[in-house]
Design a protein around this ligand. Structure first.
Ligand SMILES: NC(=O)C1=CN([C@@H]2O[C@H](COP(=O)(O)OP(=O)(O)OC[C@H]3O[C@@H](n4cnc5c(N)ncnc54)[C@H](O)[C@@H]3O)[C@@H](O)[C@H]2O)[C@H](O)CC1
Ligand SMILES: [K+]
Length: 507
């Protein structure tokens, strides 16, 4: 058996902070850089303007809707900067409070010397958005403390009704950054959100998708020291993850240097699943691969993946035999395996033999859900790759919203000391230390049969090469999505099939 490498995760993650942490981060930067808060607002606004001008030219009429807090202050500064760049800009301020924040008021003075401000005090003041301009939403930001109501809600409704691009500054007005909204809440539905410094938790929740749109992060130079010293349990995996793992292979290495993986799965009519896992496992760099499958899969596997060895089960249709695990540096089990009682016996026995983490997917997860006592015998740091329905079965319960889902996911991972990759857009990888890592790659084209089998193969292959299980899970998920993105570029999302993901794997 290979020993697993050190966990390298710390070097490649972006923190996802709560609203109160973002506020502290802001204050820490103001105190320690030091910088005046109005200058920090200027920095944030110019970062937004750089993003905006790179995408929309000055022939596009722009209307900036501002609230009276710091998000509105950003909006006023953005209006001024766009005017100075000769954009055709209207600025509307919703009077939702008798007094604006200090930096709102400073920016109001600065803008009033350049242009007239349109105040919205009643619904009659809301401008008609007939010849669609681009709307910049600086109505409410991360300071949202209650759902938008009254005049604010009317403005939001009118913006949502207009068929026009809407760019939200930092976060859509009305959307809570780190807790659920009620279904009836009034929230901007932006085409884009341009967030300052770090993504908000809401960006990773399927239920918030229409209130986030496409999103980008712009740096506003908040303190690195604060980021390093402040604990959080949410992280975002971006492209920086690749670097620590892309080392050239040593000249005198041989196939034994890259581990020997065992994949168990397939059943009559579902041999394709284990074939996909096997190909992906080899492409992930595993030195050797053995596939255990029922006899009906023997010819298929030998023909379609001559690089793999096959351990045929004595049974024609299903997996029943407990393998000798000694030769293998990692094991992945489940794709296409079926849930026959004999397969269950094999799984149960196999789990009792294990001394190091294993990868479990598909029917292996379904069998675990039906026999949860097996969860307690899984080696610590074993990797489970459920989709939401499979997670629901594992938990034995559903969730009332996506935030509760994350809590349940974390509790489950900590309770059993397992790594759980909850598959979907922004796959969430929950680690036994309580952290959750959201992925940045992948696209809806990957919602196609076999795509999960490919992920199982990749993670098993990385584990076989001695990668630490947390790295194998987070990095494997990232590379799976990255390969899917390359595949979609080549063949478009609807035409993408799981084999394309394998063919686009690059290390
Ligand atoms: N560190 C950073 O990321 C920086 C962020 N900036 C911007 O500041 C906002 C947050 O500003 P804040 O003043 O805290 O809050 P808002 O502007 O979001 O809200 C203003 C104000 O409105 C009141 N309010 C809350 N909820 C409602 C509601 N439903 N209806 C009406 N009024 C409401 C409440 O009193 C709030 O205080 C952040 O998003 C960034 O855009 C800085 O510019 C730079 C640093
Ligand atoms: K906003």
């Amino acid at each position: 058996m290979l020993t697993f490498g050190h966990n390298m995760l710390k070097s490649f993650r972006m923190n996802v902070f709560s609203v109160s942490q973002i506020r502290d981060w802001d204050a820490f930067t103001i105190a320690h850089e030091p910088i005046h808060s109005i200058d920090l607002m200027e920095r944030a606004s110019s970062a937004f303007v750089r993003w905006f001008c790179a995408r929309f030219d000055d022939r596009c009429p722009v209307i900036v809707f501002c609230g009276m807090g710091n998000n509105g202050g950003d909006g006023l500064a953005i209006s001024r900067m766009l005017l100075q760049k000769c954009y055709n800009v209207r600025t509307c301020v919703v009077k939702h409070s008798p007094k604006g924040s200090a930096d709102f008021s400073r920016n109001l003075e600065r803008l009033e010397s350049l242009t007239a401000i349109e105040w919205i005090e009643t619904a009659a003041d809301i401008p008609t958005l007939l010849s669609p301009p681009i709307v910049i939403d600086a109505l409410l930001g991360s300071g949202l403390s209650r759902p938008a109501e009254g005049l604010m809600a009317e403005v939001i409704q009118r913006i949502n009704d207009a068929q026009t691009p809407v760019i939200s500054v930092d976060i859509a007005a009305g959307l809570f950054a780190d807790m659920p909204n009620a279904p009836s809440d009034s929230i901007i539905k932006p085409t884009h959100t341009v967030a300052f410094q770090c993504p908000k938790l809401a960006f990773f929740q399927p239920q918030c998708a229409e209130f986030v749109g496409e999103w980008d992060i712009v740096s506003i130079g908040l303190s690195e020291k604060y980021e390093l010293q402040t604990p959080t349990s949410y992280f975002y995996t971006d492209a920086a993850i690749i670097e620590p793992f892309t080392k050239a292979r040593k000249k005198y290495s041989h196939k034994g240097s890259f581990g020997h993986a065992l994949l168990i799965g397939g059943s009559y009519g579902k041999i394709g699943s284990i074939v996909l896992s096997a190909k992906a496992c080899l492409r992930s760099g595993a030195g050797l691969l053995t596939v255990q499958a029922p006899q009906c899969g023997y010819d298929i596997i030998q023909t379609s993946i001559p690089e793999a060895m096959v351990l045929p089960d004595w049974h024609w249709r299903i997996n029943t035999a407990v393998p000798n695990i000694e030769p293998y540096s990692a094991i992945g089990i489940g794709p296409g395996m079926g849930q026959d009682p004999q397969t269950l016996l094999m799984l149960r026995e196999l789990l009792t033999l294990l001394t190091s983490p294993i990868v479990l997917d598909a029917d292996a997860l379904n069998l675990l859900s039906k026999h949860p006592d097996m969860l307690t015998i899984l080696p610590k740091n074993s990797i489970l790759t459920p989709h939401p329905k499979e997670l629901q079965r594992l938990l034995g319960q559903s969730w009332k919203d996506d935030y509760e889902k994350l809590t349940l996911l974390r509790d489950f991972s900590q309770k059993y000391q397992l790594i759980v990759c909850l598959k979907g857009a922004h796959t969430a990888v929950a680690l036994p230390d309580g952290s959750i890592h959201f992925n940045s790659t992948g696209n809806p084209g990957m919602a196609t049969g076999g795509s999960g089998d490919v992920l199982t193969g990749i993670i098993t292959g990385l584990l076989a090469q001695g990668m630490h299980p947390t790295d194998a899970a987070v990095f494997g998920v990232f590379q799976h999505g990255k390969a899917g993105d390359r595949a979609a570029q080549k063949c478009t999302q609807p035409a993408l099939i799981a084999s394309d993901i394998i063919n686009e794997m690059r290390w």
